[in-house]
Ligand binder design. Structure first.
Ligand code: ADP
Length: 481
């Protein structure tokens, strides 16, 4: 039995701000427990959800030193669906209303968390064969492993893997502050290992010190090696060579299943999707005040309202699209106000054709995945993307920009040999998006049989976590040979 410890700042079912929590909650379950025992260690935030629903066992306590600071940590454990979660309690660091706050505070908070991971292992007398760390919040773990804890017998032979879920966030701050807050030896800084363009940079340290580095799609990994996609670190990713790879995320196929989903109007599967999706579409149109029309193409988008997601392309071409077609648009999202304002302008100007919903609603999101014909993701960049996987599972054809995980998971449709899974365009350009929408409309309205075959094909695809877990297993096996 090999021990793998996930060091991660969020995990379902305790705390979630993004896709990272889904990965940390789902991936450990997908491993064969006879071979790999995966445990997860995360902060016990005061804002963790439903903590009282779990039986927390007190495992011990320790004072963790971070440079000149010293703070108490309580170590708790609980088991969820066969996976052990360790929760590290520190009222001083983890009592905020949200897991993340100002970066200058977070640098210290997550330096402390990373140090506490090692001290908690000591309390538990737990030897991890691999520590699998995620995103910048756990970036110091590979660095501490090879510096402060390199001679600790408990971690003899322990390897580290660092997975990047979004390169935009690197844990950057004033270098002198980073020196003070991390408590790392001067030699680390003398080499510039945690420094990038004069700033302290925790993520860079993890990339250099981890035995293997991964990200959440191979296409995103390749983009990260270029000056355009490397966010200032492209040379470091090139330097890692074969020790830097991409493994695409999976989907919780039990959770996202149109034949069982209680939030949609009518359940359906690959055999019954025609009537099922029609009923979902009509009821969604009614609920949102759109014209009720089973034959019209309904295009949906469920997304954070962020520049990353390509909203400027949509708002640039939306009126041209709406005035030259009958199709309808539905948006669900929360985030930046200026994006919300532009989408609301569209729904005010085109009532019955455009519905804008500025909120976070799991319930409405499911109804959109089920009721739409096309799902829109014209992202500027997309490390992996979950929504396109959900939409395919619900028989809603994705229309995406060819970037990162979108390029990897949505092979473009070819009407001649009937290959592909969805529609896509290459350049970040509003008229390329418009032309691709028009192409999708042509297939939808004029080649109905082909469209239905595409829906059937997408619904049958296997995006389960087992496929990704197999690839992570190969990575772990390679490290422990
Ligand atoms: P990212 O992690 O960059 O936000 P992903 O596509 O990987 O993008 O995952 C986004 C997830 O969040 C999807 O499951 C999507 O359905 C969900 N989501 C985003 N915005 C909303 C919203 N306003 N209401 C409900 N679900 C949302």
């Amino acid at each position: 039995m090999k021990n793998v410890l996930f060091a991660v700042s969020e995990a379902v079912p305790f705390i979630k701000t993004g896709g990272l929590a889904d990965v940390a909650g789902a991936l450990p379950k997908a491993f064969d427990k006879k071979e790999y025992d995966i445990k997860v260690m995360l902060p016990k935030y005061a804002c963790c959800e439903h903590l009282n629903e779990y039986e927390l066992v007190f495992e011990g306590e320790v004072d963790v030193e971070l440079a000149w600071r010293k703070q108490y940590v309580g170590v708790f454990s609980t088991v969820v669906d066969g996976v052990t979660f360790y929760l590290l309690d520190s009222e001083y660091y983890f009592s905020g209303q949200k897991p993340y706050g100002q970066i200058y505070e977070d640098i210290e908070k997550f330096s402390f968390y990373s140090k506490a991971v090692f001290e908690a292992c000591k309390i538990l007398n737990y030897h991890p064969d691999i520590i699998h760390c995620h995103d910048w919040q756990a970036a110091l773990v590979p660095v501490y492993l090879k510096t402060l804890y390199k001679d600790d017998p408990l971690f003899a032979g322990t390897k580290s893997i660092f997975t990047i879920h979004n390169l935009l966030f690197q844990g950057r701050w004033i270098i002198d502050e980073v020196k003070d807050k991390t408590g790392l030896p001067e030699s680390v800084f003398a080499n510039g290992d945690l420094e990038c363009y004069g700033e302290g940079n925790l993520l860079k340290g993890a990339v250099l010190y981890a035995d293997k580095v991964t990200t959440v799609s191979q296409v995103y990994a390749d983009e990260m090696k270029t000056p355009e996609g490397g966010e200032g670190l492209d040379n470091i990713f090139r330097f890692k060579g074969d020790n830097f790879t991409g493994i695409v995320n999976g989907l919780d196929t039990d959770e996202f299943d149109p034949s069982k989903d209680k939030m949609i109007f009518k359940n359906y599967d690959v055999k019954t999707f025609k009537t099922g999706k029609r009923e979902n579409k009509l009821k969604l149109q009614k609920m949102l005040g759109l014209n009720e029309d089973k034959d019209v193409m309904l295009i949906g988008m469920v997304s954070r309202l962020s520049v990353q997601k390509g909203f400027d392309l949509i708002t640039y071409m939306a009126e041209e699209f709406l005035t030259t077609s009958h199709s309808q648009l539905v948006f669900l999202g929360s985030g930046e106000d200026n994006i919300a304002d532009k989408l609301c302008y569209l729904s005010n100007k085109y009532p019955g054709r455009v519905s804008t919903n500025v909120c976070y609603s799991e319930d409405l999101s499911r109804k959109i995945y089920a009721g739409c014909d096309v799902f829109l993701m014209p992202s500027q960049f997309e490390p992996c993307g979950l929504s396109q996987l959900i939409s395919m599972r619900y028989g809603t054809i994705p229309l995406v920009r060819e970037t990162g995980g979108l390029k990897e998971t949505v092979e473009p449709y070819n009407e001649y040999d009937k290959t592909g899974r969805g529609f896509s365009f290459a350049n970040y350009n509003a008229h390329e998006l418009l032309e691709t929408l028009r192409y999708a409309q042509k297939i939808f309205y004029d080649q109905k049989k082909d469209w239905d075959a595409l829906v059937r094909k997408d619904m049958k695809l296997d995006f389960s976590w087992e496929v990704s877990a197999e690839k992570y297993k190969e990575l772990y096996d390679g490290l422990l040979e």
